[in-house]
Design a protein around this ligand. Structure first.
Ligand code: XIL
Length: 374
């Protein structure tokens, strides 16, 4: 479909009131997995008495969820923790474009199917992460888009993913990380889509997604919005400007994902900045989902107890700000267990920025999340 066809489709959808109201490699994934345990070791399990985050969130009409790597589902303790704590799963990697179509015309749905099946068998919701992300466009697709500038290639990808998982996914991260103030473009990132289609690629993506999932919640998902630097301030502003534009053009967007990769090296959380952002998003009639919460530590040499306390305190400070708003409907962490965390590759093996340690001992962060819901 070219630009014209898409826009005609969009206008038609509006006219009939169909709008609902309201580089990554596989290796880097498996490299993060823990070594097999010796067979004599006692099975690692999350403690039976640890209260469930899922229940704590549900008691306040919200949901708690987490990201998952397909390979971790082979681990009994992971399965137990997921079903106990999570009401929703986000594929950490398996649904990205380069994961499902590494080679043109060949699809690899195995890992995503495994996650979707596990979610289905255990009554867990599934988040669609993510349709368009500049870091997960396979090389063949990037060249094709650059050469032809035809939206039909992007639309075809969206169709492929959404028709396969559409009836199982409630929330779609339609466009991931479109903001970059340093790129010019009025705060939008100069990614492959921007270069091929201009800034309207964002709304085209929403219209494409809307065709296949008119009733699912559709989001923009963004990072770098929590701290007090001038740069993060510009990121918040650029995001709000984009949302205003999308709303004024009746684009079918329902919510905003705030990734919330917290980072103790960035200084204090910008309470007013976060508060203003969530308030203004809600003011536009959009919901908010915390999509990828975790905490990068400033130091991995302090005593463990102190590190875990710092991580928990930062988590609580952040959640206390955002959970003041009823528009915040869910909180997802980017994994449950430090052993499977992307922070291991980002910040070094030892980082302790998730609710459980590598032996499934709940850390103070687990309690901080639970109490923030209360
Ligand atoms: C990361 C995964 O955690 C890694 O395993 C993968 O190799 C790269 O992507 N923001 C996002 C996520 O929206 O998709 C990213 O996930 C982390 C940053």
């Amino acid at each position: 479909m070219d630009r014209r066809t898409l826009l005609t489709g969009a206008t038609a959808a509006l006219a009939i009131g169909a709008m609902s109201s309201c580089a990554t490699t596989k290796r880097s994934q498996t490299a993060d997995l823990p070594a097999a345990l010796p067979s004599a070791a006692p099975p690692r399990e999350p403690g039976k008495t640890t209260p469930s985050l899922r229940a704590a969130a549900a008691a306040r009409g919200r949901y708690f969820g987490t990201a998952v790597q397909a390979a971790s589902l082979s681990d009994r303790a992971t399965r137990a923790a997921l079903t106990r704590d999570s009401a929703s799963l986000t594929p950490e990697w398996a649904m990205k474009w380069d994961a499902i179509a590494p080679v043109q015309g060949q699809y690899a749905f195995g890992e995503m199917d495994r996650i979707a099946d596990f979610a289905g068998q255990n009554g867990l919701a599934l988040r669609g992460h993510t349709l368009l992300w500049h870091k997960s466009v396979p090389g063949w697709a990037a060249s094709l888009i650059a050469r032809t500038r035809e939206w039909t290639h992007v639309d075809g990808h969206i169709e492929k993913v959404m028709t396969r998982y559409g009836n199982r996914v409630r929330e779609w991260d339609v466009v991931n990380e479109p903001i970059e103030p340093n790129d010019g473009n009025g705060g939008l990132r100069n990614n492959q889509f921007m270069r091929a289609f201009g800034p309207d690629y964002i709304e085209w993506a929403f219209w494409s997604a809307h065709k296949f999932a008119p009733n699912a919640r559709k989001l923009i998902n963004e990072y770098g919005l929590e701290y007090g630097s001038a740069y993060e301030g510009q990121r918040r502003l650029a995001l709000l400007r984009l949302l205003e534009k999308l709303r004024s053009r009746n684009v079918p967007i329902d919510a905003v994902g705030l990734q919330a990769h917290l980072d103790l090296r960035k200084g204090a959380l910008d309470r007013n900045g976060i508060y203003g952002l969530v308030r203004d998003i809600g003011g536009m009639g959009l919901k908010v989902v915390i999509t990828e919460l975790d905490v990068a530590e400033a130091s991995t040499t302090l005593p463990l107890e102190q590190r875990d306390r710092l991580v928990a305190d930062e988590t609580r400070r952040y959640l206390d700000i955002v959970l003041e708003f009823r528009s915040v409907i869910g909180v997802n962490t980017w994994g449950l267990n430090d052993d499977y965390s992307w922070l291991r590759s980002q910040r070094g093996r030892a980082n302790r920025g998730l609710p459980y340690d590598a032996n499934w001992q709940a850390k103070p962060m687990h309690e901080a999340i639970r109490r923030a819901f209360a």
